[in-house]
Design a protein around this ligand. Structure first.
Ligand code: FAD
Length: 304
Protein backbone atom coordinates (compact mmCIF):
# COMPACT_ATOMS: atom_id res chain seq x y z
CA UNK A 1 0.00 0.00 0.00
CA UNK A 2 2.88 2.37 0.88
CA UNK A 3 4.57 1.74 -2.48
CA UNK A 4 1.29 2.20 -4.32
CA UNK A 5 0.59 5.52 -2.60
CA UNK A 6 4.17 6.66 -3.19
CA UNK A 7 4.00 5.91 -6.92
CA UNK A 8 0.63 7.64 -7.24
CA UNK A 9 2.07 10.68 -5.45
CA UNK A 10 5.02 10.61 -7.89
CA UNK A 11 2.56 10.55 -10.80
CA UNK A 12 1.77 14.18 -9.89
CA UNK A 13 5.39 15.28 -9.52
CA UNK A 14 6.56 17.63 -12.27
CA UNK A 15 10.29 16.96 -11.74
CA UNK A 16 9.83 13.17 -11.99
CA UNK A 17 7.63 13.67 -15.02
CA UNK A 18 10.43 15.52 -16.83
CA UNK A 19 12.99 12.95 -15.75
CA UNK A 20 10.94 9.91 -16.81
CA UNK A 21 9.46 11.23 -20.04
CA UNK A 22 12.90 12.29 -21.36
CA UNK A 23 14.34 8.85 -20.71
CA UNK A 24 14.51 6.61 -23.77
CA UNK A 25 14.16 3.37 -21.78
CA UNK A 26 11.16 4.69 -19.84
CA UNK A 27 9.50 5.58 -23.14
CA UNK A 28 10.14 2.06 -24.41
CA UNK A 29 8.74 0.42 -21.25
CA UNK A 30 5.67 2.71 -21.32
CA UNK A 31 4.88 1.42 -24.81
CA UNK A 32 3.58 -1.77 -23.21
CA UNK A 33 0.59 0.21 -21.91
CA UNK A 34 0.37 3.08 -24.40
CA UNK A 35 -0.07 2.83 -28.18
CA UNK A 36 2.45 5.63 -28.78
CA UNK A 37 2.52 9.39 -28.96
CA UNK A 38 0.93 10.09 -32.36
CA UNK A 39 -2.30 9.34 -34.19
CA UNK A 40 -0.30 7.12 -36.56
CA UNK A 41 0.88 5.03 -33.58
CA UNK A 42 -2.72 4.76 -32.34
CA UNK A 43 -3.92 3.86 -35.81
CA UNK A 44 -1.40 1.00 -36.11
CA UNK A 45 -2.42 -0.34 -32.68
CA UNK A 46 -6.09 -0.10 -33.66
CA UNK A 47 -5.42 -2.11 -36.83
CA UNK A 48 -3.75 -4.80 -34.77
CA UNK A 49 -6.56 -4.94 -32.17
CA UNK A 50 -9.19 -4.89 -34.87
CA UNK A 51 -7.50 -7.90 -36.50
CA UNK A 52 -7.86 -9.68 -33.16
CA UNK A 53 -11.58 -8.93 -32.98
CA UNK A 54 -11.38 -6.42 -30.11
CA UNK A 55 -13.55 -3.34 -29.69
CA UNK A 56 -11.65 -0.24 -28.62
CA UNK A 57 -12.03 2.70 -26.22
CA UNK A 58 -9.51 5.27 -27.43
CA UNK A 59 -8.05 7.68 -24.89
CA UNK A 60 -6.12 10.75 -26.02
CA UNK A 61 -3.98 11.06 -22.90
CA UNK A 62 -4.08 14.19 -20.77
CA UNK A 63 -5.32 15.44 -17.42
CA UNK A 64 -5.40 18.54 -15.21
CA UNK A 65 -4.94 21.36 -17.71
CA UNK A 66 -4.19 24.79 -16.22
CA UNK A 67 -5.76 27.32 -18.58
CA UNK A 68 -8.98 27.60 -20.61
CA UNK A 69 -6.78 27.63 -23.70
CA UNK A 70 -5.30 24.24 -22.86
CA UNK A 71 -8.80 22.89 -22.16
CA UNK A 72 -9.90 24.24 -25.53
CA UNK A 73 -6.93 22.61 -27.27
CA UNK A 74 -7.70 19.24 -25.66
CA UNK A 75 -11.34 19.58 -26.74
CA UNK A 76 -10.24 20.34 -30.31
CA UNK A 77 -7.91 17.34 -30.21
CA UNK A 78 -10.85 15.12 -29.23
CA UNK A 79 -12.97 16.54 -32.05
CA UNK A 80 -10.17 15.59 -34.44
CA UNK A 81 -9.88 12.11 -32.94
CA UNK A 82 -13.64 11.61 -33.36
CA UNK A 83 -13.43 12.81 -36.92
CA UNK A 84 -10.62 10.38 -37.69
CA UNK A 85 -12.42 7.52 -35.96
CA UNK A 86 -15.49 8.28 -38.05
CA UNK A 87 -13.36 8.09 -41.21
CA UNK A 88 -12.32 4.60 -40.13
CA UNK A 89 -16.01 3.71 -39.65
CA UNK A 90 -15.60 1.37 -36.71
CA UNK A 91 -17.76 0.67 -33.66
CA UNK A 92 -15.29 2.29 -31.28
CA UNK A 93 -15.61 5.05 -28.79
CA UNK A 94 -13.47 7.53 -26.90
CA UNK A 95 -12.68 7.82 -23.20
CA UNK A 96 -11.70 11.13 -21.67
CA UNK A 97 -10.94 12.79 -18.37
CA UNK A 98 -12.88 15.92 -17.41
CA UNK A 99 -9.78 17.55 -15.89
CA UNK A 100 -8.33 17.39 -19.42
CA UNK A 101 -11.09 19.63 -20.73
CA UNK A 102 -11.17 22.11 -17.86
CA UNK A 103 -12.90 20.64 -14.80
CA UNK A 104 -10.43 22.50 -12.54
CA UNK A 105 -11.28 25.78 -14.27
CA UNK A 106 -15.03 25.87 -13.76
CA UNK A 107 -18.13 23.78 -14.23
CA UNK A 108 -19.56 25.79 -17.10
CA UNK A 109 -16.41 25.73 -19.21
CA UNK A 110 -16.00 21.99 -18.70
CA UNK A 111 -19.64 21.19 -19.49
CA UNK A 112 -19.50 23.32 -22.63
CA UNK A 113 -16.38 21.47 -23.80
CA UNK A 114 -17.92 18.09 -22.98
CA UNK A 115 -21.08 18.96 -24.88
CA UNK A 116 -19.08 20.01 -27.96
CA UNK A 117 -17.39 16.63 -27.91
CA UNK A 118 -20.70 14.81 -27.40
CA UNK A 119 -22.33 16.68 -30.28
CA UNK A 120 -19.47 15.74 -32.61
CA UNK A 121 -19.58 12.14 -31.33
CA UNK A 122 -23.33 12.01 -32.01
CA UNK A 123 -22.72 13.13 -35.61
CA UNK A 124 -20.42 10.16 -36.07
CA UNK A 125 -22.70 7.88 -33.97
CA UNK A 126 -19.98 7.44 -31.38
CA UNK A 127 -20.12 7.10 -27.64
CA UNK A 128 -18.04 9.04 -25.08
CA UNK A 129 -17.01 7.51 -21.76
CA UNK A 130 -16.01 9.90 -19.00
CA UNK A 131 -13.23 8.36 -16.89
CA UNK A 132 -13.34 8.77 -13.12
CA UNK A 133 -10.40 10.52 -11.44
CA UNK A 134 -9.46 11.12 -7.77
CA UNK A 135 -12.28 11.35 -5.19
CA UNK A 136 -12.05 15.16 -5.02
CA UNK A 137 -13.61 15.06 -8.51
CA UNK A 138 -16.27 12.34 -8.03
CA UNK A 139 -19.19 14.62 -7.16
CA UNK A 140 -18.52 17.09 -9.93
CA UNK A 141 -17.85 14.37 -12.52
CA UNK A 142 -21.19 12.72 -11.68
CA UNK A 143 -22.98 16.07 -11.80
CA UNK A 144 -21.50 17.07 -15.16
CA UNK A 145 -22.16 13.69 -16.76
CA UNK A 146 -25.72 13.67 -15.45
CA UNK A 147 -26.27 17.21 -16.80
CA UNK A 148 -24.84 16.24 -20.19
CA UNK A 149 -26.92 13.05 -20.26
CA UNK A 150 -30.12 15.11 -20.12
CA UNK A 151 -29.31 16.36 -23.63
CA UNK A 152 -27.09 13.59 -25.05
CA UNK A 153 -27.72 9.86 -25.00
CA UNK A 154 -24.15 8.97 -26.03
CA UNK A 155 -22.39 9.61 -22.74
CA UNK A 156 -21.38 7.17 -20.00
CA UNK A 157 -19.45 7.29 -16.75
CA UNK A 158 -16.99 5.25 -14.70
CA UNK A 159 -17.72 4.19 -11.13
CA UNK A 160 -14.96 2.99 -8.81
CA UNK A 161 -15.73 0.01 -6.54
CA UNK A 162 -13.28 1.19 -3.86
CA UNK A 163 -15.35 4.30 -3.04
CA UNK A 164 -17.82 3.87 -0.19
CA UNK A 165 -20.35 6.11 -1.97
CA UNK A 166 -20.45 4.09 -5.18
CA UNK A 167 -23.54 1.97 -4.51
CA UNK A 168 -25.67 5.11 -4.42
CA UNK A 169 -23.98 6.47 -7.55
CA UNK A 170 -24.63 3.21 -9.40
CA UNK A 171 -28.29 3.22 -8.32
CA UNK A 172 -28.70 6.81 -9.57
CA UNK A 173 -26.95 6.09 -12.90
CA UNK A 174 -29.14 3.00 -13.37
CA UNK A 175 -32.29 5.04 -12.73
CA UNK A 176 -31.13 7.61 -15.29
CA UNK A 177 -30.08 4.88 -17.77
CA UNK A 178 -26.53 6.25 -17.91
CA UNK A 179 -24.14 3.48 -18.98
CA UNK A 180 -21.54 2.66 -16.33
CA UNK A 181 -18.07 1.21 -16.59
CA UNK A 182 -17.24 -0.42 -13.28
CA UNK A 183 -13.59 -0.62 -12.18
CA UNK A 184 -11.85 -1.07 -8.84
CA UNK A 185 -10.23 2.41 -8.81
CA UNK A 186 -6.67 3.49 -9.52
CA UNK A 187 -5.97 6.42 -7.19
CA UNK A 188 -4.79 6.72 -3.61
CA UNK A 189 -7.78 7.45 -1.37
CA UNK A 190 -8.15 7.86 2.42
CA UNK A 191 -10.12 5.35 4.57
CA UNK A 192 -12.90 7.89 5.11
CA UNK A 193 -13.93 7.68 1.44
CA UNK A 194 -12.55 4.37 0.19
CA UNK A 195 -12.24 0.74 1.24
CA UNK A 196 -8.60 -0.05 1.95
CA UNK A 197 -8.60 -3.85 2.08
CA UNK A 198 -8.49 -5.79 -1.15
CA UNK A 199 -11.24 -8.13 0.14
CA UNK A 200 -13.54 -5.14 0.76
CA UNK A 201 -12.89 -3.64 -2.67
CA UNK A 202 -13.55 -7.01 -4.32
CA UNK A 203 -16.79 -7.50 -2.35
CA UNK A 204 -17.91 -4.01 -3.38
CA UNK A 205 -17.05 -4.76 -7.03
CA UNK A 206 -19.24 -7.89 -6.94
CA UNK A 207 -22.17 -6.03 -5.33
CA UNK A 208 -21.98 -3.18 -7.84
CA UNK A 209 -21.48 -5.58 -10.75
CA UNK A 210 -24.73 -7.35 -9.77
CA UNK A 211 -26.58 -4.01 -9.44
CA UNK A 212 -25.38 -3.12 -12.94
CA UNK A 213 -26.03 -6.50 -14.52
CA UNK A 214 -29.58 -6.56 -13.18
CA UNK A 215 -30.60 -2.91 -13.65
CA UNK A 216 -27.88 -1.11 -15.63
CA UNK A 217 -27.80 0.16 -19.20
CA UNK A 218 -25.21 -1.81 -21.20
CA UNK A 219 -22.74 -2.14 -18.29
CA UNK A 220 -19.00 -2.55 -18.79
CA UNK A 221 -16.98 -4.61 -16.34
CA UNK A 222 -13.43 -3.27 -16.45
CA UNK A 223 -11.15 -5.68 -14.65
CA UNK A 224 -8.27 -8.09 -15.18
CA UNK A 225 -9.08 -9.94 -11.97
CA UNK A 226 -10.09 -13.53 -12.74
CA UNK A 227 -12.27 -13.71 -9.62
CA UNK A 228 -14.25 -10.63 -10.78
CA UNK A 229 -14.57 -12.04 -14.31
CA UNK A 230 -15.84 -15.35 -12.96
CA UNK A 231 -18.29 -13.59 -10.61
CA UNK A 232 -19.66 -11.67 -13.61
CA UNK A 233 -20.02 -14.81 -15.74
CA UNK A 234 -21.69 -16.59 -12.83
CA UNK A 235 -24.13 -13.68 -12.34
CA UNK A 236 -24.97 -13.72 -16.05
CA UNK A 237 -25.58 -17.51 -15.96
CA UNK A 238 -27.71 -17.31 -12.82
CA UNK A 239 -29.96 -14.60 -14.24
CA UNK A 240 -29.94 -15.69 -17.89
CA UNK A 241 -28.27 -12.45 -19.06
CA UNK A 242 -26.99 -12.86 -22.64
CA UNK A 243 -23.41 -11.84 -23.61
CA UNK A 244 -24.75 -9.00 -25.80
CA UNK A 245 -26.16 -7.25 -22.71
CA UNK A 246 -22.79 -6.36 -21.16
CA UNK A 247 -19.11 -6.14 -22.03
CA UNK A 248 -15.73 -6.79 -20.50
CA UNK A 249 -13.01 -4.17 -20.72
CA UNK A 250 -9.28 -4.40 -20.10
CA UNK A 251 -6.31 -2.10 -20.49
CA UNK A 252 -3.93 -2.34 -23.43
CA UNK A 253 -0.91 -4.44 -22.47
CA UNK A 254 -2.53 -6.32 -19.57
CA UNK A 255 -3.70 -9.97 -19.70
CA UNK A 256 -3.72 -10.06 -23.47
CA UNK A 257 -4.26 -13.83 -23.61
CA UNK A 258 -7.38 -13.46 -21.41
CA UNK A 259 -8.72 -10.71 -23.65
CA UNK A 260 -8.40 -12.99 -26.67
CA UNK A 261 -9.94 -15.96 -24.87
CA UNK A 262 -13.00 -13.98 -23.72
CA UNK A 263 -13.49 -12.83 -27.29
CA UNK A 264 -13.11 -16.40 -28.62
CA UNK A 265 -15.64 -17.61 -26.04
CA UNK A 266 -18.21 -15.19 -27.50
CA UNK A 267 -18.05 -12.31 -25.02
CA UNK A 268 -17.76 -8.65 -25.94
CA UNK A 269 -14.26 -7.43 -25.16
CA UNK A 270 -13.17 -3.81 -25.37
CA UNK A 271 -9.56 -2.72 -24.98
CA UNK A 272 -8.77 0.68 -23.47
CA UNK A 273 -6.14 2.10 -25.79
CA UNK A 274 -4.38 5.29 -24.69
CA UNK A 275 -2.14 7.38 -26.92
CA UNK A 276 -0.50 10.81 -26.80
CA UNK A 277 2.54 12.49 -25.34
CA UNK A 278 1.08 13.03 -21.85
CA UNK A 279 1.52 9.39 -20.86
CA UNK A 280 3.46 9.86 -17.60
CA UNK A 281 0.62 9.86 -14.95
CA UNK A 282 -1.16 6.99 -16.71
CA UNK A 283 2.08 4.99 -16.82
CA UNK A 284 2.80 5.63 -13.13
CA UNK A 285 -0.67 4.38 -12.16
CA UNK A 286 0.03 1.16 -14.07
CA UNK A 287 3.32 0.76 -12.18
CA UNK A 288 1.49 1.41 -8.91
CA UNK A 289 -1.01 -1.38 -9.60
CA UNK A 290 1.63 -4.07 -9.74
CA UNK A 291 5.03 -4.12 -7.98
CA UNK A 292 6.30 -6.52 -10.70
CA UNK A 293 5.84 -3.71 -13.25
CA UNK A 294 8.03 -1.40 -11.17
CA UNK A 295 10.68 -4.10 -10.82
CA UNK A 296 10.63 -4.66 -14.58
CA UNK A 297 10.96 -0.92 -15.18
CA UNK A 298 13.84 -0.49 -12.72
CA UNK A 299 15.67 -3.52 -14.15
CA UNK A 300 15.32 -2.11 -17.67
CA UNK A 301 16.69 1.26 -16.47
CA UNK A 302 19.69 -0.37 -14.76
CA UNK A 303 20.49 -2.62 -17.73
CA UNK A 304 20.26 0.41 -19.98
C1 FAD B 1 -10.95 -0.40 -19.32
C2 FAD B 1 -10.50 0.16 -18.01
C3 FAD B 1 -10.78 1.47 -17.70
C4 FAD B 1 -10.40 2.00 -16.47
N1 FAD B 1 -10.79 3.28 -16.15
C5 FAD B 1 -10.51 3.75 -14.91
C6 FAD B 1 -11.01 5.00 -14.48
O1 FAD B 1 -11.70 5.73 -15.21
N2 FAD B 1 -10.71 5.41 -13.22
C7 FAD B 1 -9.96 4.64 -12.35
O2 FAD B 1 -9.74 5.05 -11.20
N3 FAD B 1 -9.47 3.46 -12.75
C8 FAD B 1 -9.72 3.00 -14.00
N4 FAD B 1 -9.24 1.76 -14.36
C9 FAD B 1 -8.20 1.09 -13.54
C10 FAD B 1 -8.81 0.22 -12.45
O3 FAD B 1 -9.45 1.04 -11.49
C11 FAD B 1 -7.75 -0.64 -11.75
O4 FAD B 1 -6.78 0.17 -11.17
C12 FAD B 1 -7.05 -1.64 -12.64
O5 FAD B 1 -7.90 -2.13 -13.63
C13 FAD B 1 -6.55 -2.84 -11.82
O6 FAD B 1 -7.63 -3.47 -11.20
P1 FAD B 1 -8.15 -4.94 -11.58
O7 FAD B 1 -9.64 -4.95 -11.53
O8 FAD B 1 -7.55 -5.39 -12.84
O9 FAD B 1 -7.73 -5.84 -10.34
P2 FAD B 1 -6.35 -6.10 -9.59
O10 FAD B 1 -6.72 -6.90 -8.43
O11 FAD B 1 -5.59 -4.85 -9.40
O12 FAD B 1 -5.53 -7.00 -10.63
C14 FAD B 1 -5.93 -8.31 -10.97
C15 FAD B 1 -4.86 -8.90 -11.85
O13 FAD B 1 -4.77 -8.17 -13.07
C16 FAD B 1 -3.43 -8.02 -13.49
N5 FAD B 1 -3.08 -6.58 -13.44
C17 FAD B 1 -3.80 -5.58 -12.89
N6 FAD B 1 -3.20 -4.39 -13.08
C18 FAD B 1 -2.05 -4.66 -13.75
C19 FAD B 1 -1.00 -3.86 -14.24
N7 FAD B 1 -0.98 -2.52 -14.10
N8 FAD B 1 0.02 -4.47 -14.90
C20 FAD B 1 0.03 -5.80 -15.08
N9 FAD B 1 -0.96 -6.61 -14.64
C21 FAD B 1 -1.98 -6.05 -13.98
C22 FAD B 1 -2.60 -8.82 -12.52
O14 FAD B 1 -2.49 -10.14 -13.04
C23 FAD B 1 -3.45 -8.82 -11.27
O15 FAD B 1 -3.19 -9.90 -10.42
C24 FAD B 1 -9.65 1.20 -15.56
C25 FAD B 1 -9.39 -0.13 -15.86
C26 FAD B 1 -9.80 -0.66 -17.05
C27 FAD B 1 -9.54 -2.11 -17.34
Amino acid sequence: MFLRNFLIALSRNAFMKRLVTRNFIARRVARRFVAGETWEDASRAMDRLMGEGMDIALDFLGENVHTPDEAHQATEAYLQVLHKLHERGENWYVSLKLTQIGMDLGEELCLANLERILAEAARSKTFVRVDMEGSQYTDLTCRLVEAAAERHSNVGIVIQAYLRRSREDVARMNRKKIPVRLCKGAYSEPPAVAFQKRSEVDASFVTLMEDLMLAGNNPSLATHDEAMIQATLECARRHGIPPEAYEFQMLCGIRKERQLRLHREGFRMRVYLPFGSDWYPYFMRRLAERPANLLFFLTALIRG
